[in-house]
Design a protein around this ligand. Structure first.
Ligand SMILES: O=C(O)CCC(=O)C(=O)O
Ligand SMILES: [Fe+2]
Length: 295
């Protein structure tokens, strides 16, 4: 039986990319500090407590889910821009492709974007979630190029007993005829502040919580930016909340173009619009970037 590898938060990016290629998943120990974790609990804990349990087996009838996270907290930058998460997502998904433009062969590298954000709290009594691939949303064939890299940050300890995410290492290489089985899974065991990074093609699911305490995780998916976002970030996150984040995160939230020509506004990169909006509403010119063409 294959297992999940755990690496330190300052591990080599190449090693993490290799593990994600081979196993489809890797655990990063202490990915965020205790302070970041506490800030996330302060901002998201009350909202989670107010959520109803899910309505079906996939959502989990003893599971609470809180979405629109970038509108609820200003403390997600160290998670989404962690070099091992963002770095691996870029390395795996931003693969150049070439297209003809008349008689010119042009190399185009796609962008990536935040697709879904959710805090997931599995309560005692919740059974196993059906095993699935999160990139099934993309209605794509497997195996194939990676279209999603996702993180599951442990906001509480993850154990086999409390529903630590079940993963089938290596299942990212399976074709679409092979069905996942629970006897092939390994549980994600990690301490609060650590994180599971996994590719969209790896079979996984929430585990059953047989303990007496809830298990809480926070997930963010990065997808190829030429695909539709799973969660509509433009509606989920009001523009002023987007502006509270640094440029890199704003762009990941969808305020960027995807080469060769997706996402423009008035034929300009949408980041230009965001900067104009910032100047108009906050009075100060943004210091972080200049106007730019759409690609
Ligand atoms: O909560 C978990 O451990 C996994 C949840 C999951 O995979 C999902 O909801 O898609
Ligand atoms: Fe999932």
């Amino acid at each position: 039986m294959r297992t999940l590898t755990t690496v330190a938060a300052d591990a080599e990016l190449d090693n993490v990319v290799k593990l994600l290629d081979e196993d489809g998943a890797v655990v990063v120990r202490d990915l965020v500090t205790d302070t970041v974790l506490q800030n996330l609990w302060n901002d998201l804990g009350p909202g989670l407590r107010g959520e109803q349990f899910g309505r079906d087996a996939t959502a989990g009838t003893r599971t609470r889910r809180l979405s629109s996270l970038f509108a609820r907290t200003r403390h997600l930058t160290p998670v989404v821009t962690h070099p091992l998460f963002l770095g691996a997502a870029r390395a795996l998904m931003q693969q150049p492709t070439s297209i003809w433009m008349g008689r010119e062969r042009v190399q185009v590298t796609p962008n990536i974007q935040i697709s879904v954000t959710q805090a997931i709290q599995i309560h005692p009594g919740q059974g196993r979630q059906p095993l699935h691939r999160d990139d099934a949303l993309h209605l794509r064939r497997h195996p194939g190029p990676t279209s999603r890299v996702q993180i599951m940050l442990a906001m509480s300890d993850f154990t086999e007993l409390n529903g630590g995410t079940l993963v089938i290492p290596g299942s990212n290489h399976w074709d679409d005829d092979r069905a996942p089985r629970h006897n092939e899974c390994v549980p994600t065991e990690m301490t609060a502040g650590s994180a599971l990074i996994f590719v969209g093609g790896v079979y996984h699911g929430g585990g059953s919580n047989r303990s007496d305490q809830p298990r809480t995780g926070l997930t963010i998916a990065l997808d190829l930016a030429n695909l539709r976002q799973e969660e509509n970030q433009y509606l989920a996150v009001p523009v002023n909340d987007v502006l509270a984040y640094p440029e890199e995160v704003r762009r990941l939230l969808g305020y960027d173009a995807c080469p060769p020509d997706l996402g423009w506004l008035d034929m300009q990169n949408p980041y230009t619009y965001l900067r104009r909006h910032e100047t108009a509403t906050h009075g100060a010119p943004a210091a972080d970037s200049t106007d730019e063409p759409k690609r």
